[in-house]
Design a protein around this ligand. Structure first.
Ligand code: IMP
Ligand code: MG
Length: 183
């Protein structure tokens, strides 16, 4: 018999209600920190789009949005710091209070690269907001999120925007997907 497909293998790690509560707290914190100043949020496609959409609806400070996309890479076998920008911003960030919004911080290679790219474009300030952090896997120790939702163990997670082969992004909870050991 073929192995059952679908969501039976998933184990809930963070329930939707807990995620919603934490994201509202993060949104309030950001609004308070910027005290009514304009904030420009940059979402890293595709994984961050669900988090970003909840985050902005909890924010009361004036804001604008842009998106970037980077090539995915195999973090385990190619951790050389090779990241490629596949979609750049639509507009300049010079003089803006920028918050880079990412779904998950793992080795830190992606955010290290993006922070360096954005810093060169002379924003007024640059902060990072991340929903999930897997500190155990960090290679780039200099990457520290200013705003963090949850620290999690070194497990592969899906849902709330995060995918495995483009699946599971629509799940309301963040779930652990057991994966076979890497070759
Ligand atoms: P980093 O460059 O190793 O920090 O990788 C971050 C990127 O890897 C994230 O933006 C995700 O796209 C992907 N990633 C890392 N861990 C997971 C996971 O557990 N589930 C889904 N995607 C992940
Ligand atoms: Mg990502």
């Amino acid at each position: 018999m073929p192995r059952p497909r679908g969501q039976q293998r998933l184990k809930v790690l963070l329930r939707s209600s807990a995620i919603q509560k934490r994201v509202r707290e993060m949104a309030r914190q950001i609004s308070a920190d910027f005290g009514g100043e304009h904030v420009h949020l940059i979402g890293v496609l595709k994984g961050a789009f669900v988090f970003l959409s909840d985050l902005i609806r909890g924010m009361e400070t004036p804001l604008s949005l842009d998106f970037m996309a980077v090539s995915s890479y195999d973090g385990a076998s190619r951790s050389s710091g090779e990241v490629r920008l596949t979609k750049d911003l639509d507009s300049s960030i010079e003089g803006l209070n920028v918050i880079l919004v990412e779904d998950i911080l793992d080795t830190g290679i992606t955010l290290d690269y993006l922070q360096r790219v954005l810093q060169q474009r002379k924003p007024k300030s640059l902060r990072v907001a991340v929903l999930l952090d897997k500190p155990e896997r960090r290679i780039k120790l200099n990457v520290q999120p200013h705003y963090l939702g949850f620290k999690i163990a070194n497990e592969f997670v899906v849902g709330y925007g995060l995918d495995y082969g483009e699946r599971y992004r629509n799940l309301k909870d963040v779930c652990v997907l057991p994966l076979p050991p890497a070759e």
